[in-house]
Design a protein around this ligand. Structure first.
Ligand SMILES: Cc1cc2nc3c(=O)[nH]c(=O)nc-3n(C[C@H](O)[C@H](O)[C@H](O)COP(=O)(O)O)c2cc1C
Length: 427
């Protein structure tokens, strides 16, 4: 069973990751991994921290001569910022009382984390709950993507909407902020008077022209015409000491029929993807395919009829020859907990960053119970573009997990034989 563990604090020496049960003989492309790490650090609206760090993977084990060996893969990602925190993060030096934090930031792990672990300094919670950990997850996802690329499985992600600016969501989410802007009060606000024409379900982020737009955009948004307006909105939030979230899509192409299973609740591909994505810091919803919209559709509108390009009954179960296909993909490529051969599509919402640069949020001092304002810690204003890379990576792990479960073997060659046999229907 493919699994991974991460360790490391945001301002500690760095992040350590171990990937277990990854097959032998997979050619590692370090440049690809570092490019994904770079993308996770970029995006308009990030804080000063990203200017300090240049994340690079350093393999410690499990890779030799450019190929995985089948042994546990471990790697290190250095925190350059540690140099500025050496004293405060020292392993043995006692923490001075005056530098301890007792005022939990609403929206963070601070409150429950410090009570749960009986910690008198919230820094012990925030250092680990920080999204710095997502650098590890992006590297794991990139290693999974490198492996899956050999089987024609491709990943893409994009930002659909930042703070309500972007691809229209109003019609399907009637009670949201975005819906209100369609009505009256927000229409006069210049930031909300214009949205993209496309709805979030019809956008093809694998389309080369759209992909180019996403790659060229500092926001990873497919609509260049909304770029400046969205950046202005992020600037406005920054000037106000506030933050903003958004909507992300990630898709996977080339997944064979039958990853995941209907036989047990925890074997379902959609359930696993949801856990992978929902476990990312600040992600608050996960939709597969039409997601929430399904609740508003009739059965006859929602379900994706099945067609075949072949009438050859002998080959009817051989999808490669028979060419089963759908004209719609409301199921988002997953039915009954299994991939159905269509594009797997996920949409998720990221909440606004919970550390605000102005003291808007009320909190209490956990030592004295006095009313306080939430403390300020250097922070991002908007991290939705970065999070889109994390979402893509988290999904890559889930797909890889089930791919190895189905075609499992200890080496790349063995897995390839199993995969080819299944695809050719020779099993
Ligand atoms: C890529 C990324 C960057 C983030 N950057 C920050 C940040 O700079 N400041 C902050 O307060 N929260 C940031 N967050 C969000 C918090 O880590 C997250 O909201 C917090 O750990 C609480 O977890 P929860 O929102 O899942 O409940 C970031 C999240 C992601 C995915």
């Amino acid at each position: 069973m493919l699994r991974f563990l991460t360790a490391g604090e945001s301002h500690g020496k760095g992040l350590i990751t171990i990937i277990d049960n990854f097959p032998a003989g997979v050619k590692i492309d370090e440049e690809f991994i570092n490019e994904k790490l770079r993308l996770r650090q970029s995006g308009y609206g990030r804080g000063a921290r990203q200017k300090i760090e240049t994340d690079k993977i350093e393999f410690l084990s499990g890779v030799r001569g450019g190929l995985t060996t089948g042994s546990p893969i471990s790697f290190f990602i250095k925190n350059k910022d540690y140099e500025n925190w050496r004293d405060r993060m020292d392993v043995y030096k006692p923490v001075p009382e005056e530098s301890k934090i007792h005022t939990p930031r609403p929206g963070h792990a601070d409150f429950a984390g410090s009570i749960k672990f009986g910690l008198d300094d919230i820094r012990n919670v925030l250092e680990r709950s920080s999204a710095r950990e997502t650098a590890s997850r992006v590297a794991v996802g990139a290693i999974c993507q490198i492996f899956l690329k050999n089987f024609g499985i491709e990943f893409a992600s994009a930002v659909l909407n930042i703070g309500g600016i972007g691809i229209e969501t109003a019609e399907i989410l009637p009670d949201t902020h975005a819906a209100k802007k369609k009505g009256s009060e927000l229409n006069s606000d210049p930031f909300f008077s214009e949205t993209a024409e496309t709805d979030r379900f019809s956008i093809d982020i694998f389309d080369p022209a759209i992909r180019q737009n996403i790659e060229n955009s500092e926001l990873r948004m497919p609509h260049p015409e909304l770029e400046e307006k969205t950046k202005d909105y992020i600037d406005k939030m920054k000037a106000e000491g506030d933050t903003v979230g958004g909507l992300i899509t990630a898709q996977v192409k080339g997944v064979p029929v039958g990853l995941g299973s209907f036989t047990q609740w925890d074997e379902k591909l959609d359930a696993h993807i949801s856990m992978s994505v929902m476990s990312i810091q600040a992600i608050k919803s996960v939709e597969i395919g039409a997601g929430v919209k399904s609740a508003y559709l009739k059965g006859s509108e929602c379900h994706d009829s099945i067609y075949s390009q072949s009438s050859d009954k002998e080959k009817r179960r051989d999808s490669a020859v028979c060419g089963f296909y759908r004209k719609t993909d409301n199921a988002g490529g997953i039915e009954g907990g299994m991939s159905n051969g269509e594009i797997i599509s996920v949409i998720c919402a990221m909440k606004p960053i919970p550390t605000l640069m102005k003291p808007y949020l009320d909190t209490v001092d956990l030592n004295t119970c006095e009313a306080k304002k939430a403390f300020l810690e250097r922070s991002d204003v908007c991290a939705v573009p970065a999070a889109s890379i994390v979402v893509e990576s988290a999904i890559a792990f889930s797909i890889c997990y089930f791919f190895l479960k189905k075609f499992g073997g200890d080496s790349f060659a063995e897995i390839k034989r199993n995969y080819d046999g299944y695809i050719k229907n020779e099993q």
